[in-house]
Design a protein around this ligand. Structure first.
Ligand SMILES: *[C@@H]1O[C@H](CO)[C@@H](O)[C@H](O)[C@H]1NC(C)=O
Ligand SMILES: *[C@@H]1O[C@H](CO)[C@@H](O)[C@H](O)[C@H]1NC(C)=O
Ligand SMILES: *[C@@H]1O[C@H](CO)[C@@H](O)[C@H](O)[C@H]1NC(C)=O
Ligand SMILES: *[C@@H]1O[C@H](CO)[C@@H](O)[C@H](O)[C@H]1NC(C)=O
Ligand SMILES: *[C@@H]1O[C@H](CO)[C@@H](O)[C@H](O)[C@H]1NC(C)=O
Length: 420
């Protein structure tokens, strides 16, 4: 009996390792190790040698040979990442994917969706980096090894939130909508487009100038170092942060079961003894990890990192979006401007009630958590997350009156210049 718990842990670790190895082995093919797997560096001097045969079937030169940008939105659940994702999804030259790492997580760690176990975490991060690298190179078949059931003939209807990606709901992938239908609703895309043909999705990805991926499944920017340093990629990270008090309030509304004990605390004023604190500390620790890495200004991150506060985006969406595009060096297009104008005013639209909706009365929403949380919970959060609140410029409140007095803002003006 004595050694049983150790045995269980060892077994669990072994099984994860075996699963991971198995997945890597069954992967349809290794990464493209072509000298020029994307348009990066094409005709830009150093690497412009003739292509290997294996790369010949990709018609790179039929497209504009300027540098392809690989955009990663690094976020956490309920920090406004769907909103930021839309800023790229709407761009006509961007191929956007919504949470592809969902598939890695459900395959590798099916039972513990928010595992903090160090071994699980390493496995997740390693597999996630491999998948991201492939997706940025428009190798969408790589996703198949993480899908259940595994796609046949490169066709699937199991891609997570396929409808959240405009590119996957429009030609050449799907012909169900006319070009005049600018706003394709997610469910409508699923209903009207046939199963997703990953070969066509790959084509669509290659035709577009840039690739953007949003994820809440990478803990901190340091986990991305291998990708940032990969010379075959041109990765630019946009880290989205939000006041942890706002994140908690939003999660309590959205994930009622998972945050049940927090809700009980809020309703009764008594903190349940078995409250899962990691639901809060993980947010603050991950933010702190990223911010510390970024503040130490390592050379590998130069020109590749921008910190964006959700609240700044909510207060001034158009201006902030312009800054983001400037940092990326990608021209913004009219669709993005239109989308922002259409979606950041009122909150009466039905979409604002959707669980993962992006349409909100953004500015008013940024501090509405103050009316939803008790001073007790706020006080506790401020203690646990003290450092990160200071680093990100969120003021602590010292009383319930201050908390509810909305004429005092808790958001300090703070400029986070991109690290150039
Ligand atoms: C390539 O892009 C540049 C700038 O975006 C543009 O001026 C040029 O006409 C484009 N070339 C082709 C062949 O599309
Ligand atoms: C896959 O493609 C092959 C050859 O075109 C075909 O015979 C088979 O029926 C297809 N499988 C499915 C499930 O569509
Ligand atoms: C997917 O699209 C490709 C390219 O057009 C086509 O050759 C293939 O037959 C399609 N697959 C299925 C299952 O329809
Ligand atoms: C914005 O709203 C107008 C008017 O409702 C609509 O015609 C247009 O397609 C919308 N554009 C976007 C990008 O949402
Ligand atoms: C709310 O804060 C403002 C600005 O500091 C102050 O003038 C006002 O008296 C406060 N209201 C209440 C009810 O405390």
């Amino acid at each position: 009996m004595q050694c049983s718990w150790k045995a269980v842990i060892l077994l669990a670790l072994a099984s994860i390792a075996i699963q991971y190895t198995a997945i890597r082995t069954f992967t349809t093919r290794p990464f493209q190790i072509c000298p020029v797997p994307n348009t990066l560096n094409c005709g830009m001097g150093q690497d412009a040698e003739p292509f290997d045969r294996i790369c010949d079937d990709f018609p790179y030169f039929t497209y504009n040979v300027s540098k392809k940008t690989h955009i990663l939105i690094l976020a956490t659940t309920r920090s406004g990442s769907s909103f930021v994702g839309q800023l790229f999804n709407q761009h006509s030259e961007v191929f956007y994917l919504f949470e592809p790492l969902y598939h890695v997580q459900t395959t590798l760690i099916p039972r513990f969706s928010h595992s903090r176990n160090a071994a699980d975490r390493r496995v997740m991060i390693g597999a996630s980096r491999d998948l991201l690298r492939s997706l940025y190179n428009c190798d969408l078949y790589f996703l198949e090894s993480y899908m259940k059931p595994q796609p046949v003939n490169h066709t699937t209807d199991k891609l997570f939130r396929r409808g959240a990606s405009k590119a996957l709901c429009s030609p050449p992938v799907c012909d169900a909508f006319s070009p005049s239908e600018a706003n394709i609703e997610e469910g409508e895309c699923i209903r009207r487009c046939a199963s997703l043909n990953l070969t066509l999705a790959t084509e669509s990805c290659r035709e577009r100038r840039h690739v953007a991926i949003k994820t809440v499944r990478v803990p901190e920017v340091g986990d991305l170092r291998a990708l940032v340093e990969d010379p075959r990629l041109n990765l630019k990270v946009i880290q989205l942060v939000r006041d942890p008090r706002g994140i908690m309030a939003s999660r309590m509304e959205t994930f009622r079961d998972t945050y049940r004990l927090w809700r009980i605390w809020r309703a009764t004023g008594r903190k349940p003894y078995n409250l899962d604190l990691t639901q809060l500390t993980t947010v603050c620790d991950d933010f702190h990890g990223s911010v510390s890495t970024a503040m130490s200004r390592p050379t590998w991150l130069r020109g590749r990192y921008m910190l964006v506060r959700y609240e700044d985006l909510a207060r001034n969406p158009l201006q902030k979006t312009k800054e983001i595009y400037e940092y990326l060096g990608v021209p913004m297009d009219k669709n993005v401007v239109d989308w922002i104008q259409n979606n950041t005013r009122g909150s009466n639209d039905v979409l604002s009630k959707h669980k993962y909706g992006t349409v909100r009365d953004s500015a008013a929403n940024a501090e509405s958590w103050r009316l939803k949380l008790s001073h007790d919970i706020v006080d506790y959060t401020q203690t646990v997350c003290q450092h990160i609140l200071q680093e990100l410029g969120y003021k602590a409140v010292s009383s319930a009156e201050e908390l509810k007095n909305m004429s005092l803002t808790l958001i300090e003006d703070k400029t986070f210049v991109p690290f150039l």
